[in-house]
Write a protein that binds this ligand. Structure first.
Ligand SMILES: *Cc1c(COP(=O)(O)O)cnc(C)c1O
Length: 367
């Protein structure tokens, strides 16, 4: 499907060649052990932890979009920690975003520190330090939840010059929003629990890379530690990915309208959306990204005002996570994230734009 548009690519990604009488997307294969050839022993499918055809189909679908070989995991955290633990050794230094997904920092400050791995925290928007002596640089762009963006090409070149490996967390953008491997990164990690699958019903993660040695290490890690996604979740994820192009298009249109609404209100501060020309992320995002995600962040001043806003809004569910069909808003500070008490990450769903804007405006007036 190379050379085809995004909508075509996601509809066909990872599907087997047509066979009369067979479904387009084969159903989930539920198996712990499989029948073995009593003489030859294991073939492609021996045991469910290393081998599952439903998972392989999903991996080939994501791999087509990212441009690398994919290994799927039970969650984004399982994927990120698999990469960190299969690459880093005692005495190594890892560079992590200071403003990225907070559980990754918590893992570094706890488990990695205990294993003798040093962490340097770097803000996504820079300035970036010298990468001399750094083993792995993990970037997250746009960063969750603050939506700063970093120049993957420039940071990868600097990191490679110092001998470091570069990973990009592609969760917020999805492979239709940017392809980090083409921008110079060595490996992608991501949560598939967010926009990639988009129906708020699956936990999933993946590692993608064209470096087959690295993929071999991650594959061994996964086979031995066992954090694999179940067959039904892989099937749900694969089915959901077919609409990724349509979902992202509506989420993006809704976010543009929401950002416009919020920019015109005197009672909202700290508005961020990388698709707005006045946003600090805009210059790098517009050169590097193929689309801007439907996530907008802003500050309503206090936890109480956020509470009144979410109670008044009929089309905005109070919920964490992002990238789903339904518009949701999360006051990040309630999770112990180091954001201001009134900071909100709003994830635009696929509702009609006019309805969403009217609901948000009315809820802000009442809050
Ligand atoms: C949610 C998230 C993760 C973790 O993914 P899970 O599927 O929740 O484990 C990692 N990175 C980013 C940027 C995320 O938003």
């Amino acid at each position: 499907m190379t050379g085809r548009g995004d909508g075509t690519r996601v509809v066909h990604a990872g599907l087997p060649a047509p066979v009369p009488g067979e479904p387009f997307l084969p159903g989930p294969v539920f198996a712990a052990p499989y029948h073995l050839d009593p003489v030859e022993g294991p073939g492609e499918n021996g045991y469910g932890r290393p081998d599952n055809p439903t998972r392989r189909a999903l991996e080939s679908a994501i791999g087509e979009l990212e441009g690398g070989t994919v290994r799927a995991f039970a969650s984004g955290q399982a994927a990120v920690t698999a990469l960190l633990l299969s690459v880093l050794r005692s005495g190594d230094t890892v560079a992590l975003p200071s403003d990225g997904y907070f559980t990754i920092r918590a893992f570094a400050e706890g488990t990695l520190r205990g294993l003798g791995v040093r962490t340097v925290l770097v803000p996504t928007a820079g300035p970036y330090p010298s990468f001399e002596g750094v083993r792995l640089v993990l970037l997250e762009t746009p960063a969750n939840p603050g939506l700063d963006v970093c120049d993957v090409r420039a940071v990868s070149a600097a990191a490679h010059a110092a001998g470091a490996l570069v990973a990009v967390d592609n969760t917020t953008s999805t492979p239709l929003g940017q392809r980090p491997l083409e921008l110079g990164a060595d490996v992608v990690v991501a949560s598939g629990s967010k926009a990639l699958t988009g129906h708020s019903d699956v936990l999933l993660g993946y590692v993608a890379s064209a470096d087959e040695d690295l993929i071999a290490r991650v594959t061994t890690w996964r086979a031995q530690t066992g954090g694999v996604p179940g067959a039904f979740d892989c099937w749900l994820a694969h089915r959901s990915m077919a609409t990724l192009d349509l979902r992202l298009a509506r989420q993006n249109a809704n976010a543009a309208a929401v950002a416009e609404l919020l920019a015109g209100r005197g009672d909202v501060t700290g508005l961020r959306w990388p698709g707005r020309e006045t946003d600090p992320s805009y210059p790098v995002a517009s050169g590097q990204m193929r689309r801007i995600p439907g996530i907008v962040s802003f500050d309503l001043g206090s936890a109480e005002r956020v509470g009144r806003f979410l109670t008044a809004a009929e089309l905005v569910f109070a919920a964490t996570s992002f990238g789903g069909l339904h518009t949701t808003a999360d006051r990040r500070a309630q999770w112990g994230d180091d954001t201001a008490p009134g900071f909100v990450r709003l994830s635009c769903g696929i509702e009609d734009t006019a309805d969403l804007i009217a609901d948000l405006a009315a809820a802000l007036d009442r809050a």
